[in-house]
Write a protein of this length. Sequence first.
Length: 263
Amino acid sequence: MNFTVDGRQAFAYAAAHAIDPAKSTVVFAHGAGLDHSVFGLQSRYFGYHGRNVLALDFPAHGRSDGPPLPTVAEMADWMLGLLDAAKLEQASVVGHSMGSLVALECAARHPARIGRIALLGTAYPMKVGAAFMDAARRNDHAAYDMETIWGHAPQSALGANPNPGMWMHGESLARLERLAPGVLFNDLKACHEYADGEAAAAKLRCAVLFVLGRRDQMTPAKAGAVFAKTVPNARLVQLEASGHSLMTEAPDAVLDALIEFFA
């Protein structure tokens, strides 16, 4: 479904359903260099079980026009603009990695508009290693390799996808290779420089769910669990076998956690 936000086309997957203002809404916000498709199972489920779904593409990702937004705060305000374009007064947000910071910031900045937030594969601060940042700055393919390898638990490299015939690493690389130059660096820099997590957490008035992968090499579960202790009204779910790409590595477990949280 296409919208216009700040004068540019913005895309969000809506599970082939028209937006119904009478229904509750779940927004899905992707991580650095990714797009709406990473939430394939989870967004489709909620869209076919009585809710509005908007699995968005941030500017310059997927089907949304660029340029990319350079800060988490600007992404949070843009996401609110998407709700306005969809004529929705309130929504809950599921955010992964970079998208989890956006969900956190949006809920803190606009508490009357955000019902609940689920933070997947998150930690604060979300610092990015120098080698990864440098490769992304140079648009070196090695940055895509780093995100793909570090973004999955070791067992995910071959034959671990629960969908027969699908290769997790290949799927991740295909998304990243579609990016325009500079977009991945923009996203990593936004995560690395985001410094308002503690202040945002202190402002939260909504229920919060943390879903963390115990084998996450990018936002380690230990760091995420420490952050969760600082967040009021937070629940914590840890998935033993999953790495950073929880929605594809442990799709059913993530969905079960979200169903219970939004029940």
